[in-house]
Design a protein around this ligand. Structure first.
Ligand SMILES: NC(=O)c1ccc[n+]([C@@H]2O[C@H](COP(=O)([O-])OP(=O)(O)OC[C@H]3O[C@@H](n4cnc5c(N)ncnc54)[C@H](OP(=O)(O)O)[C@@H]3O)[C@@H](O)[C@H]2O)c1
Length: 235
């Protein structure tokens, strides 16, 4: 669970832990990741804290190596993310700000998928869930511009997920790959006035992680999609 040290990722880790999963909460700050794991253990969950910078492939690979067989995860949730600066319209965004956001929000999904996905493909079993955002949708509502690096990073995450799902056989080889939008939640990123709690935001992550891998007719569950409140949404 990247982004597991705070906010929606921590709420999803708690939900999955209470459902019986062993969870590895990953943050960038080691103390905060440890603190999060301790809080989960106090709730009776088997939890481990780890730190890495998801924007840095070497840092992610080192964490993966350090985990050993504990890193043969059944479920990968990529929730780590950062928001753009408030005035980040495309023509007012400098290269450093662009890179800062894209490196965490997009590269950070690629790095963890690269580290944990091949094992899932080999074992022919797994779930990959990337936390995207409604701001990354360019069809339907929410397409009014601004927050350019953030919006583009999340649209690209949707594309990465759709592409990866196709490459892994649309669920037919045991791996489900999806993106989800938690909606606006009360977290450090979402602020105190957001309409949803982090737990409400995490609900569809938990559902995607625990839903049946097959539909009622035996075909693989629909995958490679963007989900919001358990429904497929266009992007
Ligand atoms: N909150 C919302 O309203 C909202 C709405 C739509 C989508 N989302 C998406 O939901 C996800 C979670 O958001 P949130 O509100 O829970 O955010 P948050 O409370 O700000 O937490 C961000 C998390 O990401 C981790 N992180 C940031 N940069 C990292 C890096 N370079 N390497 C490793 N970990 C890093 C942080 O670790 P540290 O604790 O170590 O800093 C923390 O665990 C994000 O992808 C966000 O874009 C949020």
């Amino acid at each position: 669970m990247t982004g597991g040290s705070r906010g929606i990722g921590l709420a999803a880790a708690r939900g999955l832990g209470l459902a019986g999963a062993t969870v590895i909460v990953v943050g960038q700050d080691p103390a905060r990741a440890d603190e999060a794991a301790t809080s989960l253990r106090e709730a009776g969950i088997t939890a481990h804290g780890r730190a890495c910078n998801v924007a840095d492939a070497a840092s992610v690979a080192a964490m993966r190596a350090d985990l050993g067989s504990l890193g043969d995860v059944d479920i990968l949730v990529a929730s780590a993310g950062v928001m753009s600066q408030r005035m980040a319209k495309t023509l007012r965004t400098d290269a450093a700000e662009w890179r800062r956001v894209i490196s965490v929000n997009l590269d950070g999904v690629f790095t963890v998928v690269s580290a944990f996905g091949p094992g899932m493909a080999e074992r022919r079993s797994g779930r990959i869930i990337a936390v995207s955002a409604c701001l990354g949708r360019f069809s339907g509502p929410g397409t009014s511009g601004g927050l350019a690096p953030y919006r583009v990073s999340k649209a690209a995450v949707n594309a990465l997920i759709k592409n990866l799902a196709a490459e892994t056989g649309q669920g037919s080889r045991g791996v489900l790959v999806d993106a989800m939008c938690p909606n606006h939640c009360r977290t450090d990123m979402g602020g105190p006035d957001a309409p949803r709690s982090a737990e409400e935001g995490a609900e569809t992550i938990i559902w995607l992680a625990t839903r049946d891998a097959r539909s009622a007719d035996g075909s693989p569950a629909p995958t490679g999609l963007l989900w919001e409140d358990r429904e497929v949404v266009p992007w």
